[in-house]
Write a protein that binds this ligand. Structure first.
Ligand code: RIB
Ligand code: CA
Length: 317
């Protein structure tokens, strides 16, 4: 039986890659998309979620619109330089023909988890606001999800939005801290591993040759993202941050994890930093009572990136 996932997402170029990797993986069944601000305002990321499903011929998958702002404060859009003004590499797709469902993201998550206890995995690849709101709405979901896998954070490496913080965590520090505090099984796929999962410019060329609409869309949108990475990171290729969380679900043997309790710095110059405390190694009171999170610390990046390409392109010559 495939693992049922709700993909909580802020599409986003690498979110589009992750969605298509998931849709083309028989180990997974995408039962819904929930949207959040991050790579653009929620109004835009919701339209993009609908557009991406339409391109994939999967308008049967419901899209629930999520939070427009973090738990505290107001969303500030700084991602256009990375993902384009349209969140999709400035290709400016036509309006979608479909609509989001009437329920909010938090309502949808709660309903699906209660309806199928122990079955639903929350795969979060944007800021964690919707997950925090779902927990607030119905705390019992912590014991009823199958697991939570999230792309976010940086345990032992620098951040990407600031020297201290990764973007998804930085964009809602309070929600992230609640998610790491809740008593549910969490795996953190952070920059510790995603910065070792790079798709080269030569590999990106495969999308244009694959001959299916999903790959063709990725061929259109990835050049903008690649140009950003080239300029700001000096990398000839891209980080496939969000797809690495999908890879963890379909190919866990490519990863090494360690158990840590995680706290999120919510103030000051290190705002958004995910601080790990290895169980048995530290005695700090500040982490007392926190659940142990599986933190990914190593990945066979060439393997997961190659798997992603094979799945989305069909085959690689
Ligand atoms: O730090 C990487 C994360 O933030 C990814 O989810 C990506 O979509 C970005 O905006
Ligand atoms: Ca994302």
């Amino acid at each position: 039986m495939p693992e049922k996932i709700i993909l909580d997402t802020d599409p986003g170029v690498d979110d589009a890659m992750a969605l298509y990797f998931a849709l083309r993986s028989p180990e997974l069944e995408v039962v819904g998309l929930t949207t959040v601000f991050g790579n653009g305002p929620t109004e835009l990321t919701t339209l993009n979620a609908l557009r991406l499903l339409e391109i994939a011929g999967r308008t049967d998958i419901p899209v629930a619109r999520g939070a427009a702002n973090p738990l505290q404060g107001v969303y500030a859009n700084t991602a256009a330089v990375v993902h384009g003004d349209d969140g999709q590499g400035n290709v400016f797709l036509p309006a979608p023909t479909t609509q989001p469902i009437a329920h909010s993201a938090a309502e949808f998550i709660v309903e699906r988890v209660l309806a199928e206890p122990g079955t639903i995995t929350l795969l979060a690849i944007g800021p964690l606001t919707n997950l925090a709101l779902a927990l607030q709405r119905e705390p019992r979901i912590a014991g009823l999800v199958r697991r939570v896998v999230l792309m976010g954070g940086n345990a032992f490496v620098p951040g990407n939005l600031s020297p201290a913080a990764e973007a998804n965590i930085f964009n809602d520090v309070d929600a992230a801290d609640r998610v790491f505090a809740a008593a549910w099984p969490v795996t953190m796929i952070g920059l510790d591993v995603t910065h070792h999962a790079t798709m080269s410019s030569a590999q990106l060329e495969h999308y244009g040759r694959a001959g299916n609409p999903l790959a063709a869309h990725l061929a259109r949108i990835t050049p903008f993202y690649r140009d950003f990475t080239r300029t700001f990171n000096g990398l000839e290729g891209i980080y496939v941050h969000d797809s690495t969380a999908v890879a963890f679900l379909v190919c866990p043997e490519a990863f090494t994890t360690q158990k840590h309790r995680i706290r999120v710095d919510t103030q000051g110059f290190a705002r958004g930093k995910t601080w790990p405390a290895r169980v048995g190694l530290y005695g700090s009171e500040a982490w007392a009572g926190r659940i142990e999170v599986d933190v990914a610390v190593e990945v066979d990046g060439p393997r997961t990136v190659s798997l992603e390409l094979q799945r989305v392109c069909g085959s690689i010559p």
